[in-house]
Design a protein around this ligand. Structure first.
Ligand code: ZN
Length: 164
């Protein structure tokens, strides 16, 4: 395969890839195929079944115990397909409040945070999410969830997600 940028032959290999394109800084895709151009540094990542992957990332974040970070709030809101304005209307807050949540100027109320987490599971009820679990989430400080995701036997799996 040739580089789209400079035409050199791309080199293909498997790597652990920090998947910042998902809007979070703490998600690593393990052992995915990356093609790199040795001349100009251009690269392409091969990410299979991206819808399933994004669902897994959203569900892992929605299940974590620690409070959501501003980036996680934003990533979940986008995963749900809400504009800032629509999301504000759903939670009966102003768009400015949503903006403050996502820039870290203000922390979500615990009630709003649990509603957001629940929406992730209502939208795509693939994973089991016992409602009792809501009693345990959104506690303590906001710490980003670090996750290592691996694709195996035709499914994405969370191999290691920090307990936070
Ligand atoms: Zn190149």
């Amino acid at each position: 395969m040739r580089c789209e940028n400079c035409g050199a032959q791309m080199k293909s290999g498997r790597e652990n890839y920090l998947y910042t394109e998902c809007g979070l800084d703490s998600v690593t895709l393990m052992n995915v195929e990356v093609r790199r151009c040795p001349d100009c540094g251009e690269y392409e990542v091969d990410i299979p079944r991206i819808d399933e992957l994004h669902r897994l990332i959203a569900q892992e974040v929605a299940s974590k115990k620690a409070r959501l970070t501003p980036k996680e709030v934003r990533a979940l809101r986008k995963y749900l397909g809400f504009s800032g304005t629509d999301f504000a209307a759903v939670l009966d807050v102003t768009p400015e409040t949503v903006s403050r949540w996502e820039t870290g100027k203000k922390q979500m109320s615990p009630v709003a945070e649990r509603a957001l987490r629940l929406m992730v599971f209502v939208r795509d009820p693939v994973a089991e999410y016992p409602l009792e679990k809501l009693a345990e989430v959104a506690q303590g400080e906001a710490i980003p969830l670090r996750m290592m995701l691996r694709e195996s036997r035709a499914h994405w799996k969370a191999e290691a997600a920090a307990a936070a």
